[in-house]
Design a binder for this molecule. Structure first.
Ligand SMILES: Cc1ncc(COP(=O)(O)O)c(C=O)c1O
Length: 391
């Protein structure tokens, strides 16, 4: 079945007389049994069922079924937030290990790798996932056990050649974690390319409506699911049933939304690219973008996603804030993937902890604006930027 059909139909309660056509929210924290023998069998895994919400619950399991179908893995596990999912993979697969990671990861992921993971005895090194020569050298000579990359980087929307990276890592027995949040499974399915762990922040495109925090991990090996499930039950990073229900409802329209996000971002990128007040646009959908050909291949012609960034010609903070403050429709909000278009100022948001020199080194200047392009009518988004950019 095709993507939007799976998004609409998987993760349903079983059909039958008297069964609701859409899932109910089941808020119970534990399940009662007719006999101790029955409870014992469920505890053991010898019989299907639920016993305690932290170990598993119906709404989470329906969402996990749908995510597995969309991601193309063997199993998925859902978590309280995207960070809980990332922290869990790093704890299970990265503690005490040699970990190679891209330096331009989401700021909190970078902090986990730099600050917390080394406490477990892990050694962490950073290499740009676009610098293939250095990645190949590090894999061969240093033999890392875990590679951490993002499909699309934040905020400059650089594309990682996942097929190549995973093949190189597999040659030296290194496991691969891909944070696929910016692309979503509509554009890219890292598990199908061989990634051991695909992480999504459900908070972003998958829920899509800005009203749920959640995260997920999709694995290819059922043994990995068991390791992660045991860790999740022990650490308690369980997703709330109401959040699981909402995220599943959001996921039902993921394909439709991603098509509109991509079409609108393509129009906005072309508009900004031709605007005299804009120095440079970062969007892999633009033919001149360095990631264009790779993204066209990786995303199979399904579009280039809803994330873009641009540098103002007058790259000062006052001018940037002036442009952002003039936006009337677009929301100034530090998240992404919602139905509404959102603008962020990376120098004062995701990268505010870096010095100006550190930011300049990774191309995040004062005049950079990141846009999560929503699903409104494109004309209205363009008109808002047109009026905001007037000098
Ligand atoms: C790429 C990426 N990964 C992970 C996260 C963390 O997700 P959450 O906010 O759901 O914990 C974010 C949040 O912005 C993100 O942008």
């Amino acid at each position: 079945m095709h993507f939007q059909t799976l998004a609409t139909h998987t993760g349903q309660t079983r059909q039958g007389a008297g069964v609701t056509a859409t899932p109910l929210v089941d808020r119970s924290t534990s399940w009662a049994f007719d006999s101790m023998a029955e409870l014992d069998a469920v505890f053991d895994g010898a019989a299907p069922g639920y016993f305690y919400g932290r170990d598993g619950m119906p709404n989470a399991v329906l969402l996990e079924e749908a995510l597995t179908a969309l991601e193309g893995g063997s199993h998925s596990l859902v978590y309280a937030t995207g960070m809980a999912a990332l922290a869990s993979v790093l704890a299970v697969a990265g503690s005490g290990k040699r970990v190679l990671a891209a330096p331009d990861l989401y700021g909190r992921t970078y902090a986990l790798l730099q600050t917390w993971l080394p406490d477990s005895g892990a050694e962490v090194r950073f290499v740009s996932s676009q610098d293939h020569e250095t990645v190949a050298g590090a894999l061969q000579s240093w033999r890392p056990q875990l590679l951490v990359v993002e499909t699309l980087s934040n905020p400059l929307v650089k594309v990682s050649d996942l097929g190549w990276l995973i093949a190189q890592a597999q040659q030296v027995g290194c496991m691969v974690l891909v944070d696929n949040t910016f692309a979503s499974p509509y554009l890219c399915r890292p598990a199908e390319l061989g990634a051991d762990y695909t992480v999504e922040s459900l908070t972003k495109y998958i829920n899509g409506h800005g009203d749920v925090l959640g995260g997920s991990i999709t694995v290819r090996d059922p043994e990995e699911r068991l390791r992660l499930a045991r860790h999740r039950a022990a650490f308690g990073a369980t997703l709330d049933p109401q959040a699981a229900w909402l995220a599943l409802r959001g996921l039902r329209t993921l394909g439709l939304r991603m098509r509109q996000h991509s079409a609108n971002a393509q129009d906005l990128a072309a508009f900004l690219d031709a605007h005299p007040a804009v120095a440079r646009v970062y969007y892999p959908g633009l033919p001149a973008d360095p990631g264009h050909d790779l993204a066209a291949r990786l995303f199979g012609g399904r579009g280039f996603g809803g994330m873009l960034a641009f540098d103002l010609a007058e790259a000062t903070q006052p001018r940037t804030w002036q442009v952002m403050d003039r936006l009337k429709l677009v929301l100034r909000a530090p998240t992404l993937g919602d139905v509404a278009t959102l603008a962020a100022h990376p120098a004062r948001a995701s990268h505010r902890g870096l010095t100006p020199a550190q930011r300049a080194a990774i191309g995040v200047g004062d005049g950079l604006i990141r846009v999560s392009v929503g699903i409104e009518d494109a004309e209205d988004i363009l008109a808002d930027f047109a009026q905001a950019l007037e000098s």
